[in-house]
Design a protein around this ligand. Structure first.
Ligand code: ATP
Ligand code: MG
Ligand code: MG
Ligand code: MG
Length: 469
């Protein structure tokens, strides 16, 4: 059954509302009470304290559609974007949660019913995994749900055992995969070929069952809980009959818009996918008040914007283009997230200015990279070159890595680290005191004086963004 992405979002929340869940709005991408986390990377983040028993809510069942960002930090999918059919930096995670309410049987039952009855996905297209020691979950799947044992496997700790940290809540997972068919490369979960795009993980159900003590012992939690996450774009690909997230309605629209703006006709180009992915991440970050900067969250944003701009350049575009995609994004996601339409002007200004700053050095940097293809011996970009691109031309390392990958080159990252260390020492010597943990990332093109107009504009943009953020 064909469903638009927006319809799936609604249908998921409606289904869980009918099962007694309270619908909780997405929390911000910048975690509100968790300075240890760079960005919200899963639906459970806003419920962490509820799971830990530090906070109680007036409900024990919740469902949400959570904005997530996986670029930097523990989960980093930035380098997967453009290379797999299923990873984004920004994506939406649908989830249902039980806080000491229901457990494995109900959680599995809901997931299966939603996929096979509500969405009418044929069961023979699905594959299920459980944690290798979780006989309870295995028995629910095999004896009660009666999934085909030929499409069922037990998986080890790495993929199917979840923990919040070294101590605290943890427990086994069960995951549901969709088989996109033999025409797509890849093998079933747990096999060496599993990393392809054929069997795509769509839903992860985590059973918080134990409390791990500092000495590693597991004690059963008095009230076990459930945390699930399903990628909205991945389930949309399934329901829209396409094999790639980048072919769903939202991404088609963005890719077509990007192609028209940069003047490219190759709709299958991976650069267009990167641009379409990165406009979502950038727009949602700026909408929350994050600005490009040389460290922390702002540096992640800067890297994302510059990577997108470099891909535009790769497609032959020599004008500012990236900011022009905020409007097309609003057309497909503005109903669910009105802020990206309301804040369109300031968001465009921020993106445009970052793009303009980078444009000055992008061409020179690209020339250096292209020259190096001819000049360097072997297949390794020297650390000194990576550092110069970074320091003088504002090329974040992952942007250089992206270029290197396209040309089958490796990076001399140790050499780059050595140059960075020298730089830190110079900075320390110059400032006359030990910089300690204070990070010094001088990037010539950005630390230059930009003039009062730009500064005033920056203040204005900030004020606009802070409005109701
Ligand atoms: P994968 O193994 O495919 O990288 P994951 O195991 O890292 O996924 P989880 O942490 O279990 O993902 O997140 C729950 C769900 O969120 C996944 O089953 C998937 O549907 C979705 N998801 C995870 N990462 C991404 C991403 N980068 N882009 C889009 N959807 C994602
Ligand atoms: Mg992952
Ligand atoms: Mg996985
Ligand atoms: Mg998973």
């Amino acid at each position: 059954k064909f469903l638009k992405t927006a319809e799936i979002r609604t249908q998921f929340l409606d289904y869980f509302r009918r099962q007694g869940h309270t619908i909780v709005p997405s929390s911000p991408l910048v975690p509100e009470h968790d300075p240890t986390l760079l960005f919200t990377n899963a639906g459970m983040v806003q419920f962490k304290d509820v799971f830990l028993g530090r906070e109680t809510r007036p409900y024990t069942r919740a469902a949400s559609c959570q904005k997530c960002l996986r670029a930097g930090g523990k989960h980093n999918d930035l380098e997967n974007v453009g290379y797999t059919a299923r990873h984004h930096t920004f994506f939406e995670m649908l989830g249902n949660f039980s806080f000491g309410d229901y457990f494995k049987r109900e959680a599995i039952g809901y997931a299966w019913e939603f996929l096979t009855k509500e969405l009418e996905i044929p069961p023979e297209k699905l594959w299920v995994t459980v944690y290798e020691e979780d006989d309870e979950a295995a028995s629910i799947w095999l004896d009660e749900i009666r999934v085909d044992p030929r499409r069922f496997s037990r998986i080890g700790v790495h993929d199917n055992f979840w923990s919040m940290g070294d101590v605290g809540p943890c427990g086994p997972c069960t995951e549901i995969f969709y088989d996109h068919g033999p025409e797509v490369p890849g093998g079933p979960p747990g096999t060496p070929e599993a990393d392809g795009d054929r069997y795509v993980e769509i839903w992860n159900l985590v059973f918080m069952q134990y409390d791990r003590a500092a000495d590693g012992t597991l004690r059963p939690l008095p009230k076990p809980s459930v945390d699930t996450g399903m990628g909205l774009e991945r389930i949309a690909a399934v329901l829209q009959g396409v094999h790639s997230n980048y072919d769903i309605d939202i991404f088609r629209h963005l890719i077509e818009a990007a192609a028209a703006i940069v003047g490219s006709s190759d709709l299958a180009s991976s650069s267009l996918k990167v641009i379409a992915d990165h406009i979502r991440a950038s727009t949602f970050l700026v909408a929350e008040g994050i600005l490009p900067a040389n460290e922390g969250r702002g540096y992640v944003l800067r890297r994302i914007i510059r990577r997108a701009v470099r891909h535009g350049y790769r497609l032959g575009c020599r004008d500012l283009f990236f900011y022009k995609l905020v409007a097309p994004l609003g057309e497909v996601m503005g109903d669910a997230y009105p802020e990206i339409v309301e804040k369109r002007d300031p968001i465009e200004q921020v993106l445009r200015r970052e793009e303009a700053r980078f444009a000055e050095t992008l061409e020179q940097g690209m020339k250096i990279l292209e020259d190096s293809l001819r000049k360097i011996q072997g297949k390794r970009l020297p650390g000194e070159l990576i550092f110069r691109l970074y320091d003088t031309y504002g090329f974040p390392v992952d942007l250089t890595r992206d270029f290197a990958l396209e040309h089958g080159l490796e990076l001399d990252l140790e050499g780059f680290e050595r140059e960075m260390e020298k730089q830190r020492q110079r900075a320390r010597a110059a400032s006359g005191f030990d910089a300690g943990h204070h990070k010094v990332i001088p990037i010539h093109a950005q630390t230059r004086f930009v003039g009062y107009d730009t500064l005033r504009c920056e203040a204005k943009v900030l004020a606009l963004l802070k409005d109701d953020a």
